[in-house]
Ligand binder design. Structure first.
Ligand SMILES: O=C(O)[C@@H](CO)OP(=O)(O)O
Ligand SMILES: [Mn+2]
Ligand SMILES: [Mn+2]
Length: 559
């Protein structure tokens, strides 16, 4: 124990034993909703998840996975992987990036910090470039924050501003990019009327340009670099509105995958390449899909693609994206300080931990789980295994993804006897749900269910315990609805496909031969959320959770 009285040692649970292997399974994008034809989980054959739900009522329950329960600004905010896994791993609710940026903009503190003072030095003679996701989805960024920032920087001396947009269609309806570009163009027009030289300079769809994650496909980031920094792209337009309208008119166009474009002047020159002396701000608050670009912008040693030209810039992130790597070193808003996560406690209390997913979700059960921190706490007690994801495809063409391979790794880890906790993320419901392809999402849900079976069978074999949950909803509702829940139709009488996450609660199921027979869910916690899971898992390992953790979901009846 240190002089402050703090100790990493967790007290023994008074009733629950140690030494039972615990499998923690996170189904990504697996919420609970009314059963209808747009609920892919309901439509799919999911006998294992069904049996958990219908088996023992005291061992299956729902928890909140959106809004204030996971640190988002309001209960109108859908859940997402970052805040969901942060809450699952940290056991407490931290005000998340979206909220911290709101507060910093509202108070004006965003303009007082080191990050802003640093980029401000470029305002006199250089250009300020803002790069990020253009939508009001609130998962990675928000349009209203960009609007406030544009106003704030121009009032504080930015004379030349270039915005590099990434169209969404994943956290918002496909096709909404046109409206967002119109809104931004109007704002920039107003700034120009005030004498600020402000324009959109480049763009592209988020999944094809810039916003890759966990190093799945550096080509995505390179396409963005070429357009944003070098001013080179296969498509050139006079305005962003013309760009988005033209590219969307192509067959099978999709906001998530629009090709990269640059805006050119009357002589055909790109209006906004990044040059020596410029400042760059990546406006996304969420980390995973900004880390790769941040590395390209910040690192002197970099060999993931040929940057061709590396301008000498002043770069700041909206937030710092990786606390361990201190990346980027400059940022406008301090990130949530997610400390003392359950992963760190458990490892320090001897729990040997195995974590696994495929590339596109690998950081969810490692980086996000551990409070936006990359790397091991103790390499002698942890093993993180990444199954390579397919790259260059949309996941509706391969909806099984790597669920089987992840489950087999988890099974082998359990059977090896080398681990006390085996933690996985099964991505299917979410990644395929985001494509908006209902048939493929049904296949995806079945694949995830089969993977759960493999893991639960292994738990059975080793006499272990399982906790199966999800990080937020997605596959359980694939249609946009009106307030009374009826599907909304577009002007051609077709249903409006919902590619985004939802506001739905998610299940938590516990069981396995190692579970003490008296364990059941408490019914005295009013509205539990994902943050209550960490204390629960600590209990399943035979420990009491720290006092400031959200309460455990379980109690142990004497019998
Ligand atoms: O793909 C992503 O980046 C988000 C949606 O924007 O999904 P998730 O939070 O499930 O990772
Ligand atoms: Mn997710
Ligand atoms: Mn998702």
């Amino acid at each position: 124990m240190g002089s402050s009285g703090f100790s990493w040692t967790l007290p023994d649970h008074p009733k629950l034993p140690k030494g039972k292997p615990v499998a923690v399974v996170v189904l990504d994008g697996w919420g609970e909703a009314n059963p209808d034809q747009y609920n892919c989980i309901h439509v799919a054959q999911t006998p294992v998840m069904d049996s958990l739900k219908n088996g023992a009522p005291e061992k299956w329950r729902l928890v909140k996975a959106h809004g204030t329960a996971v640190g988002l600004p309001s209960d109108d905010d859908m859940g997402n992987s970052e805040v969901g896994h942060n809450a699952l791993g940290a056991g407490r609710i931290f005000a998340q990036g979206a909220k911290l940026v709101d507060q910093a903009l509202a108070s004006g503190k965003i303009y007082d910090g080191d990050g802003f003072n640093y980029i401000k030095e470029s305002f006199e003679s250089g250009t300020l470039h803002l790069i990020g996701l253009l939508s009001d989805g609130g998962v990675h960024s928000r349009l209203d924050q960009l609007q406030l920032l544009l106003k704030g920087v121009s009032e504080r001396g930015a004379k030349k501003i270039r915005v590099h947009i990434l169209t969404d269609g994943r956290d918002v309806l496909d096709g909404s990019s046109i409206g967002f570009v119109e809104t931004l163009e109007n704002d920039l027009l107003e700034l120009r009327a005030k004498g600020v030289d402000a324009q959109i300079a480049s763009g592209g769809g988020r999944m094809y340009v810039t916003m890759d994650r966990y190093e799945n496909d550096w080509d995505v980031v390179k396409r963005g670099w070429d357009a944003q920094v070098l001013g080179e792209a296969p498509y050139k337009f006079k305005s962003a509105l013309e760009a988005v309208k033209t590219l969307r008119a192509q067959p099978k166009a999709n906001d998530q995958y629009l090709p990269p474009f640059v805006i050119v002047d009357d002589s055909g020159n790109a209006v906004g390449p990044v040059l020596d002396g410029d400042a760059v701000v990546t406006i996304n608050f969420r980390a995973d899909r900004m880390v790769m670009l941040a590395k390209a912008l910040e690192y002197a040693d970099f060999d993931n693609f040929d940057r061709v030209r590396v301008p000498k810039i002043r770069y700041a992130g909206m937030l710092q994206y990786d606390g361990e790597l201190k990346l980027p070193s400059r940022y406008l808003v301090s990130p949530p300080e997610i400390d003392r996560t359950s992963g760190e406690y458990l490892v320090k209390n001897g729990i040997r931990t195995f974590a696994c997913s495929e590339t596109v979700k690998f950081g969810h059960v490692t980086f996000f789980w551990n409070g936006n921190r990359s790397g091991y706490f103790d390499a002698t007690k942890e093993e993180y295994v990444e199954v390579p994801s397919d790259s260059g495809i949309t996941f509706n063409v391969a909806p099984n993804m790597k669920a089987l391979e992840i489950a087999e790794k988890a099974r082998d880890a359990l059977l090896s006897g080398k681990f006390d906790q085996v933690r996985v993320n099964l991505p299917n419901g979410d990644m395929v749900g985001h494509t908006g392809d209902i048939e493929a999402t049904v296949v995806a849900c079945k694949a995830a269910d089969e993977a759960v079976k493999i893991i639960l069978d292994a738990v059975e074999q080793v006499g272990g315990i399982y906790l199966v949950t999800a990080d937020h909803g997605n596959a359980e509702d694939m249609v946009k609805r009106n307030k009374s829940g009826k599907p909304l139709l577009d002007k051609n009488d077709r249903i409006q496909i919902l590619t985004s996450h939802t506001l739905q609660p998610v299940p938590v199921a516990i069981g396995g031969p190692g579970l003490h027979p008296g364990v059941k869910f408490r019914n005295d916690i009013q509205t539990p959320g994902l943050a209550n899971v960490a204390a629960t898992v600590m209990n399943l390992h035979g420990f009491e959770a720290p006092a400031d953790y959200e309460q455990t979901l379980i109690e142990v009846a004497d019998n």
